[in-house]
Design a binder for this molecule. Structure first.
Ligand SMILES: [Zn+2]
Length: 369
């Protein structure tokens, strides 16, 4: 009896509709919620346990005993049909978790999906879209490593996110234009599970701010609310962009980051190690990964305007590591990677940008010098 039920469940796991974790799309789920009817990975099963058995009853398909009716229920439901209902109204700006996402983000999603059922009804996510949010976050100081508490105020009517040094200060320390903002959650370099990174344009330079929240839920709430606000504002400001293009802008943050070496404008200058970060159409380089301002940036236009990337250094240059040459209408940039794999991966990322035609948003407010 037990063996037969296990066999049926393992067959269910082989079906295309159940092959990925119901909540994070990890491959090969082996756990299940016997009252909801979904299969999930071991990591998400741990989060389901935290919901309590009144919401989700977690069982292993391999290790636990299953009653006939429960197996029958799993066969009748499964990930695809349950998700059609519970994820029907996931908003376009909301990003469903992937296996590499921080734990806090997966927890937030699973609570929202099963406990609060935010995605099952049309207005379920309205609280992310009020365009107002205010609260205290820890912000990394410009020079030191210290984080200090700052008051952040989002106002979508104004199109701004501001922060204030003193809780009762009248004048903000910084005003961030939400249409230039991209936010990422728990980036490795902050080394905090509730970390946030904001990148935005300030006087035509890309600036980074590093933050963390005391509570995981608060960090994720900020992340989603900022994404929702930026999405709606970009949509409104650039009606000709498709939803996919707006999303690409929101997700463009940190396409790739890492150390490379770079020569100065006179190509004979010695190579210097710099931290590179690819943000939308800009390849920024920093002296150190957490610096608020880059030392400089390489704007990446399209191939038809004369922007190109190739492996190797120009003839006559001394070989140095694994070289990359970026050609722009203004000058050549010579970069070097430590190994061939990095070289290939940077070239592919940069090429994917230069082969893309410019959108209106790329041109808006962006100097191309
Ligand atoms: Zn999962």
């Amino acid at each position: 009896m037990g063996e037969r039920n296990k066999k049926i469940l393992l067959e269910q796991l082989q079906l295309p509709k159940n092959k990925l974790c119901s909540d994070c799309n990890a491959e090969g789920p082996e756990w299940a919620s016997s009252n909801i009817g979904v299969f999930m990975c071991v990591n998400c099963s741990g989060i389901h346990r935290m919901l309590g058995t009144h919401v989700s009853r977690v069982k292993s398909c391999r290790l636990d005993q299953w009653a006939d009716e429960a197996v029958q229920f799993m066969c009748e439901n499964g990930n695809e049909s349950v998700n059609v209902v519970l994820e029907r109204h996931v908003p376009i700006y909301y990003r469903k978790p992937v296996p590499t996402d921080p734990q806090a983000y997966k927890e937030h999603f699973i609570h929202a999906k099963y406990e609060r059922k935010e995605f099952a009804t049309p207005g379920g996510c309205a609280h992310y879209e009020t365009g107002m949010k205010e609260g205290m976050l820890w912000k990394r100081g410009k020079d030191g490593k210290q984080f200090k508490q700052r008051r952040f105020v989002l106002n979508m009517d104004e199109g701004t996110l501001k922060y204030f040094v003193k809780p009762d200060a009248k004048e903000p320390k910084q005003i961030i234009n939400l249409t230039t903002l991209s936010t990422s959650l728990a980036p490795d370099k902050i080394n905090h599970p509730h970390g946030l990174q904001l990148a935005f344009m300030n006087d035509n330079l890309t600036r980074q701010i590093y933050l963390y929240a005391d509570e995981a839920k608060d960090a994720v709430d900020w992340y989603i609310v900022l994404r929702a606000s930026s999405f709606h504002l970009i949509r409104k400001s650039y009606p000709q962009l498709s939803d996919a293009e707006v999303l690409r802008r929101l997700n463009s943050h940190q396409r790739k980051q890492g150390w490379m070496e770079k020569t100065g404008p006179k190509l004979t200058e010695p190579y210097r190690k710099r931290w590179f970060s690819l943000e939308n159409r800009r390849l920024l380089y920093f002296e150190k990964p957490l610096d608020p301002y880059p030392r400089g940036e390489i704007y990446l236009g399209s191939r038809s305007e004369g922007y190109m990337v190739r492996d190797g250094l120009p003839a006559g240059q001394t070989e140095h590591g694994f070289g990359i040459t970026i050609t722009t209408p203004y000058r050549d940039y010579l970069l070097c990677c430590e190994d061939k794999e990095e070289q290939k991966s940077w070239i592919n990322e940069i090429k994917s940008i230069t082969t893309q035609p410019l959108t209106d948003q790329d041109n808006a407010g962006v100097s191309q010098a």
